[in-house]
Design a protein around this ligand. Sequence first.
Ligand code: SF4
Ligand code: SF4
Length: 414
Amino acid sequence: MRAARLERLVRGADLCVKCGLCLQACPTYGLERNEADSPRGRIALIQGLAEGRVEATASTLGHLDGCLSCRACEAVCPSGVPYGELIDDTYADLVVRGVVRPSLMNEVLSRWPVGLGAIGPRALAVAARAARLLMRLGGARPSTSSGIGRWLRLTASLAGRTGNLPAYGTHGARHGRRGRAGLHLGCVARLAEPSVLHAATRLLTAAGYDVAVPEGQGCCGAIHLHRGFTAEAAAAERRNARAFAAEACDAVVSCASGCGAVLAAGACRGKEDGAVMPEVWDISRFLLDHHVADLRFRPLEARVLVHDPCSLRNAMGQHEAAYALLALIPGLEPQPLDGNAVCCGAAGTHLVLRPATADRLAAPKVAAARTAGAAYLATSNVGCALHLRLGLAGAPDAPEVLHPVELLARQLDD
Ligand code: SF4
Ligand code: SF4
């Protein structure tokens, strides 16, 4: 198995003709102007590691760790280099070699949503208010780049957003019945965005879908996958496949594109135990293609900026749906946020593990959002929403950051 992976790595890296067309698309090259922090440089390191010519030194790993896995390079590469697979496979091999081990931080990051979820939305709301109070008592705003300040601000940003989830079980179609959709809750999304999950349920049931929310579903496995822990990622995938296959859903929808991209690309699909995951859709694309246009929406004279998460744009290729969905609201003007082709810096765990870089990448987007005079900033990924909210926090001219389906559900005339 390792030999096959190494062969795949060398074959994939060999496709790179070193043209450099990807360099200008790469956010980390844009920041550092260092070849080793570019896609071409990382591909050379990946190939060298696979062929045993390059040592897995701290410096080599630092350049690979800096990658945001945004896949902007893949989108512009004329040779079809499968960069996302290359970086994931490289980490899987580093784990096999014992070079990358489960770190305490990664354990915390992969388990904290479950832990926080267990304490319930009320306790979480108290924690969020306490964090706000601590920040106020602390006087100056804690730096977004310091460890404790970062956690404090993240927790405080959940104030007013925590709440109960849509109940497990089936939520029946409200107007006729056209099919059955499974709702993936996500781990961070279930804590930070319960209103998004309620909005999705409301829109789906109004469009004629039974919505299944199986209790047996779980984390999509993205954090494990991108760190090379493939067994854990496959276990997460099997768990979801079993849960949704048992519900006989026509499709599974995700309201967090970071999760949706991993669920949609799942390789094993739980085939070995007979549980096949239904097709996975981003919620905006699903609604748009499945009768939401038949519904009535109250007018809203406002401008909404749309942020394209990399996972939706480069991995799922479904970013255009959010604009068309928002345009169903009479009077609303959706327009792209400046710099949408560049990652906002949230990038999975970068938001917490590399906050200084994450903030440098967010800064131009935050500035563009503040000066555009828009009332709303819509994004379809929970990590991006958390990160952009942190950047905009306290700014008097900040638009409200929300998910496209939240705005749509607010205007639904039913
Ligand atoms: S654009 Fe593609 S082929 Fe060209 S350097 Fe980048 S990865 Fe290699
Ligand atoms: S995935 Fe993103 S950060 Fe990583 S090399 Fe490609 S463009 Fe650069």
